[in-house]
Ligand binder design. Sequence first.
Ligand SMILES: NC(=O)c1ccc[n+]([C@@H]2O[C@H](COP(=O)([O-])OP(=O)(O)OC[C@H]3O[C@@H](n4cnc5c(N)ncnc54)[C@H](OP(=O)(O)O)[C@@H]3O)[C@@H](O)[C@H]2O)c1
Length: 292
Amino acid sequence: MTKILVTGGNGQLGQSILSLVNKYKNLNIHFSDIDELDISQSEQLKEYTRAANIDYLINCAAYTAVDKAEHEKVLAKKLNAEAVKNIAIAATENNFRVIHISTDYVFDGNTFKPYTEASFAVPASYYGQTKLLGEKYLMENHPASMIFRTSWLYSQFAHNFVKTMIRLGREKSELRVVADQVGSPTYAVDLASTILEIISQIESGNKHFIPGIYHYSNEGICSWYDFAINIHQLMNIDCHVVPIELKEYPTAAPRPLYSAFNKNKIKNTYKIQIPYWRFSLEKCLKAIKTEN
Ligand SMILES: NC(=O)c1ccc[n+]([C@@H]2O[C@H](COP(=O)([O-])OP(=O)(O)OC[C@H]3O[C@@H](n4cnc5c(N)ncnc54)[C@H](OP(=O)(O)O)[C@@H]3O)[C@@H](O)[C@H]2O)c1
């Protein structure tokens, strides 16, 4: 059976993969997080993966506090870049494939045209810089790797924009949300399902493992304001949402104004269907309602 190790398994994407394990009984998936396997510890990583004898490592571990990264630079670089190099070196030594997750924040968002995998990446934030460096370290040290760049990740798990809008919408009568920053939300369960589907296709011999970068988000483009309005409508939350400009919502880390992806590469290579963002949002909200 194909053996997969998920690192950062307690995070949002890790838990989304966990929610799908019963659908992929052909895959033997083990979940770890920092207490069991710290990806910044290169020797531990080599020993752990040697003993586990895995076929794939899906790296969901990361430093994801975008604003804090502007002043916690050492830690952000350690987790998003140096630890990814550790994974790459362990993968070469112990012969497994790496699936790594990156971000739309590798782009500065000033081109206003969907980004392809070949688009020149110039991050606006330090977080984006560390994620781009992680991509580079991985491809230099273990070219047999896939990188999925994703954007605006949300789910029923962990903290994210959807859960924040539900909470604030219930607490407040008015909210101000940025309307001139546009991109594509990604339901983490859709991304998780795509990753497991691609591994299954490869392992059943229907497709080849083709290393490189792939862009993945849900279909469609919206602003954070559109996203918030839809969350409230679908949850029957009565809150006045006021559209504001990004410059009225100062953050430590600059955000790309436009970060939509061109997703033709993943669609053409692996023949996957990507759901429209509002349909996926409905699915996520249904899961949140069931939990409450
Ligand atoms: N969230 C987004 O909107 C978004 C958008 C685009 C791309 N991405 C990318 O998508 C990926 C998954 O994001 P996510 O939202 O699932 O992140 P997340 O919820 O922050 O999960 C990251 C996990 O990694 C763990 N971790 C931290 N340091 C570690 C270490 N040294 N060794 C092992 N595990 C460690 C964290 O544990 P602790 O919680 O204990 O620190 C956490 O469980 C990341 O690569 C991120 O950059 C995210």
